[in-house]
Design a protein around this ligand. Structure first.
Ligand code: THG
Length: 369
């Protein structure tokens, strides 16, 4: 029997939730203590819209952790190993957050929205608690809170036309992670060139949660000439593109170097930050496993893996598979996985202990496409 999700007031709803439901929302997960839409019941159509057309996604689960006040910048610098020297209003940065052991505890996008206000647009972990705790313990003069801000993503090659028709042609010149305040028919937004796909797109950060349904319908109407339809962060496309899904791909000891995030960190900055010593030690020692792609032999997968699958090579454990899928564009079974460095360096096939039986797989660099 299909297992369903129990709806109730303990898990929060997005401002777009009822509009999404009216448009056929079929499945959801839970992320940042909110329902996160995962399917409208037709995965093939949702994938096709993202690759060839345009889709609109309720990603209000991407909550913002606001830091506001005189010490906001100092707190932001303490929270991330990313070098924030070039940060400016209007240009976001991917800014990993680590604990004091150097483990990755979130992989947010950081936006400076005014002189003294910053938003970490977070993945699925409680950074409001972490940041508030650090600010309090360090006696910093800064407020840490979750503002009324809810992203709606518009993704896919035709998203440029849809968003230009709503906001103007200036959106075509936005650099990746750049953003700007915009008043859309009286609805306050931050419009950003961002989103969790490599198909191009935008995010409308809605700044008034009472207007979710209105915004949803405006986007739906503007997108109608381009056959817009509802979608969700796309499982297959993200595996093809090698985008990290915090929590799905990470475990309590994952460090950012294992995910290739070294380029988004500067662990030798003069100031102190959470995890600095540990990250320097990890950098010096090198990693023992890396986040990689797999091309998996055998019959086409249908659906997705519910559990992690163990990997082995040369008779020993070689890590774990995080997410697997059949890729229509690669015409192969694919996956993202944490793979031990010795298995990667062997250049040999590894074994995937898949749900339906063992399979062999080639280890490849990300992205797969
Ligand atoms: N949108 C918003 N907030 C978010 C996400 C989002 N917060 C959580 C999560 N997603 C953050 N994680 C990522 C991971 C990867 C990317 C974006 C958000 C991404 N990376 C590009 C890449 O890997 O090629 C580019 C990175 C770069 O060049 O800086 O797109 O989706 N609001």
């Amino acid at each position: 029997m299909a297992l369903s999700l129990s709806l109730g007031p303990r898990v929060r709803k997005s401002p777009f939730f009822e509009a999404a439901r009216a448009d056929g929302l079929a499945a959801a997960s839970v992320y940042n203590h909110m329902y996160m839409p995962t399917s409208y019941g037709d995965p093939a159509a949702e994938y096709d819209r993202l690759i060839n057309g345009v889709a609109m996604w309720d990603v209000a689960v991407e909550r913002q952790v606001a830091l506001k006040g005189p010490d906001a910048m100092a707190l932001a610098r303490y929270l991330t190993p990313r070098n924030l020297d070039g940060l400016k209003i209007g240009q976001g940065k991917y800014a990993p957050i680590c604990n004091f052991e150097g483990a990755l505890i979130n992989d947010p996008v950081l936006l400076q929205v005014s002189d003294d206000e910053f938003w970490f647009s977070i993945a699925d972990s409680d950074i409001t608690l972490w940041a508030g705790g650090i600010a309090g313990a360090r006696g910093m003069n800064v407020e840490v809170f979750e503002p009324d801000v809810s992203p709606l993503a518009i993704q896919g090659p035709k998203s440029f036309d849809v968003v230009a028709s709503l906001c103007g042609d200036w959106i075509r010149d936005l650099k990746y992670f750049a953003f700007r305040d915009f008043d859309l028919q009286g609805i306050p937004l931050v419009v950003a060139r961002s989103g969790w796909s490599k198909q191009g797109g935008f995010e409308f950060y809605l700044r008034d949660g009472s207007r979710g349904e209105e915004l949803w319908n405006i986007v739906k109407e503007a997108g109608a000439p381009y056959d817009i339809g509802p979608g969700t962060p796309n499982y297959v496309e993200r595996v093809e593109s090698g985008l990290i899904s915090y929590g799905a791909d990470t475990d309590p000891s994952s460090n950012p170097f294992e995910y290739g995030l070294g380029k988004f960190m500067d662990v030798d900055q003069p100031h102190d930050f959470a995890g600095k010593k540990a990250l320097q030690a990890i950098r010096d020692a090198g990693v023992t496993r890396r986040f990689m792609g797999l091309l998996i032999d055998g019959p086409d997968f249908t659906g997705t893996n519910e559990n992690r699958w163990d990997l082995s090579w040369n008779g020993a454990n070689a890590g774990y598979l995080c997410a697997s899928a059949y890729s229509p564009r690669k015409q192969s079974n694919i996956a993202v996985a944490m793979v031990h460095v010795d298995a990667i360096e062997s250049g040999q096939r590894i074994t995937v202990h898949a749900g339906g039986g063992d399979r062999t797989a080639e280890v490849v660099e990300l992205p797969i496409i």
